[in-house]
Design a protein around this ligand. Structure first.
Ligand code: CP3
Length: 354
């Protein structure tokens, strides 16, 4: 990354190791069902319609920013849009995402196309440029783009939807690893081009989500996940744009995540920030890692947890976030309390100093 300009968003400055007055704050899944504004819109539009209608997706992306003033807006979309663009029919029902038919054979993998980001997912790039226009008067707030990682996308494509034990995916890994590699390779090409198009369209930071990366041991991770993380990192246009890598269930994987050299590692709540720092070194920026369920507790329990996290994370090399996405029953007052606590951190230090 090149040296940053003074007027870059706080989040970008944190990714560049700048010493800050306070850490930036945003939340994975900060837009969604815990917000009444979101639920109201979803009465009128299905989830996929909301993602694909640029005006609706713009409004939803901005809802948490307007309500709570996070330091970043993450585009409202889903990690399963690229598999749909590769030729799979996607539906979001009551039980979460579902593909009409799963990928099980070589013919299935070969039939998948490598989409052109603009031709096949242009609404995502339109959403990002629209959001950059909306944020033009607020250069402190960053716009985040994202993609799912090949392993996690493959899990949904092979299982056909949400899964408990990933039996089809893991069976393919044992029965026909070459076929799985073929699929992961196609996904890597797709994700790399997609993220570069997002950067071109105005994403100032991009986050990679490997939600199911933690189900493999270290050897499995080194064979089926890490090479593709590495290829994506090498293929991205990173000169201006930091990359955050999130793997859920990553306690045994942090060193391997650091090896592919993302700008930021997003830590889940099973590893303390202190331990993560020791294991990946001070040069790596950390993001995380409040247990999202802590946001369901009483304010007098939550607030000290947030403060403790900022004390651990510090004001350099740290981005305040949750360890996994917010859940629908999260009380909005607690989200507000967490954001306010982080944003008033510097003022508190000044008060202590007086
Ligand atoms: O963070 C944000 O605010 C941006 C929006 C966002 C969504 N999905 C919206 C969404 C992001 C970054 C995602 C990523 C995503 N999608 C992941 C990786 C992150 C993670 O949480 O682990 C995964 C695994 C998916 C796939 C997915 N999408 C599932 C399993 C589900 C069903 C579970 C659920 O929460 O309903 C979705 C649906 C989904 N994606 C919703 C939202 C707001 C809920 C849709 C609705 O009913 O309104």
């Amino acid at each position: 990354m090149e040296v940053s300009a003074k007027n870059d968003p706080l989040l970008v400055r944190a990714c560049r190791h700048e010493v800050l007055e306070r850490p930036p704050v945003w939340f994975m899944r900060q837009a969604g069902r815990y917000m009444p504004e979101y639920r109201a819109l979803r009465q009128k539009y299905s989830f996929l319609e909301s993602c694909k209608n640029v005006d609706i997706a713009t409004e939803i992306s901005l809802q948490p920013y307007h309500a709570f003033g996070m330091d970043a807006v993450i585009m409202f979309c889903d990690i399963l849009i690229p598999p749909e663009a590769m030729g799979m029919k996607l539906d979001f029902g009551d039980k979460g995402p579902c593909f009409e038919s799963a990928i099980r054979t070589r013919a299935d993998v070969e039939a998948l196309s490598i989409p052109d980001p603009m031709d096949d997912m242009g609404f995502v790039m339109n959403l990002l440029s629209n959001l950059r226009r909306e944020l033009a008067n607020d250069p402190d707030t960053a716009l985040i783009g994202f993609a799912g990682c090949p392993w996690t996308l493959a899990s949904y494509m092979i299982e056909g939807g949400v899964s408990k034990n990933f039996a089809h995916l893991r069976r393919m890994m044992y029965d026909d690893p070459d076929l799985l590699h073929l699929l992961l390779d196609k996904l890597t090409q797709t994700v790399t081009a997609y993220l570069n198009a997002q950067i071109e369209a105005g994403a100032q930071v991009v986050q990679l989500f490997d939600t199911w990366g933690g189900i493999l041991d270290r050897a499995g991770y080194q064979e089926f996940i890490q090479p593709y993380h590495r290829k994506i990192m090498k293929g991205l246009n990173r000169s201006q744009t930091p990359v955050i890598l999130y793997v859920n269930g990553s306690a045994h994987l942090l060193e391997l995540m650091a090896e592919v050299q993302p700008d930021v590692i997003s830590v889940d709540w099973l590893t303390t920030l202190e331990e993560a720092r020791q294991r990946v070194g001070n040069e790596m920026v950390l993001q995380g890692n409040l247990d999202p369920i802590a946001l369901l507790t009483r304010p007098d329990v939550l607030e000290p947890m947030v403060r403790d996290m900022i004390t651990q994370g510090g004001h350099q090399n740290y981005i305040f976030n949750v360890g996994h996405g917010l859940i629908p029953s999260t009380p909005v007052e607690n989200v507000r309390l967490a954001v306010d606590t982080v944003k008033s951190w510097n003022r508190q230090l000044a008060t202590v100093g007086n």
